[in-house]
Design a protein around this ligand. Sequence first.
Ligand SMILES: NC(=O)c1ccc[n+]([C@@H]2O[C@H](COP(=O)([O-])OP(=O)(O)OC[C@H]3O[C@@H](n4cnc5c(N)ncnc54)[C@H](O)[C@@H]3O)[C@@H](O)[C@H]2O)c1
Length: 253
Amino acid sequence: MSMSFSGQVALVTGGAAGIGRATALAFAAEGLKVVVADLDAAGGEGTVELIRNNGGEALFVSCNVTREADVRQLMGRTVEAYGRLDYAFNNAGIEIEQGRLAEGSEAEFDAIMGVNVKGVWLCMKYQLPLMLAQGGGAIVNTASVAGLGAAPKMSIYSASKHAVIGLSKSAAIEYAKKKIRVNAVCPAVIDTDMFRRAYEADPRKAEFAAAMHPVGRIGKVEEIASAVLYLCSDGAAFTTGQALAVDGGATAI
Ligand SMILES: NC(=O)c1ccc[n+]([C@@H]2O[C@H](COP(=O)([O-])OP(=O)(O)OC[C@H]3O[C@@H](n4cnc5c(N)ncnc54)[C@H](O)[C@@H]3O)[C@@H](O)[C@H]2O)c1
């Protein structure tokens, strides 16, 4: 599928690793200039190096998405370097397994909501005016299948991802006539550091994770990246306000 993205500009938060890195690489492979934002400078610079080694153009900006000043500066650096922002993938997120609801702490609640909800909200708050000024754009926010249903022992994470879908749908309606589309992507279990931290210590959990997906395996980061690129592409021009599950059939059961 040709997506005709050439010469355009994409921003990826959480671009130092996992799903974000794979999506930054996929945007660059389509000829986009990519701004990689993350807390992790070594990982973010690593993503930029991979893109440049493949002949692409990219820039790392250090950013904590929970801080408004950082997010404002991130959008400023993007425009300064590349003149515009066509696509944003707001993907930085954290996951903490906090046990049953009554076992979670206030600090865990604030940490998860801070990155996963406030971070996405702040990013959109500073991206939408740029896209409005240039006459359009597309935003994809990373939710999760945990944003579509229950996630036992991860209720705060689940609530945070439901919130990402609420932010995405509401913004999609508010900006629909302005040629800005906003969608969420909802991965099931994907093979990333986040997954390995959560599951690989216990092989039974890894087996259980594979079995949760009707296709019989967990997902690959590239399989989320291709969904994000589709949602940004002109092929998705009539698709906005959606929460697209990319989940090996898990939510169809
Ligand atoms: N891996 C999965 O199975 C899975 C499933 C569903 C949804 N997700 C979601 O996908 C997204 C990416 O996760 P991943 O699996 O690639 O994880 P990851 O841990 O490999 O990558 C997350 C990245 O976000 C960055 N980050 C964390 N807090 C940040 C902050 N405050 N400011 C800026 N950057 C920050 C990290 O440094 C890291 O580079 C997350 O939103 C996660 O909730 C992951």
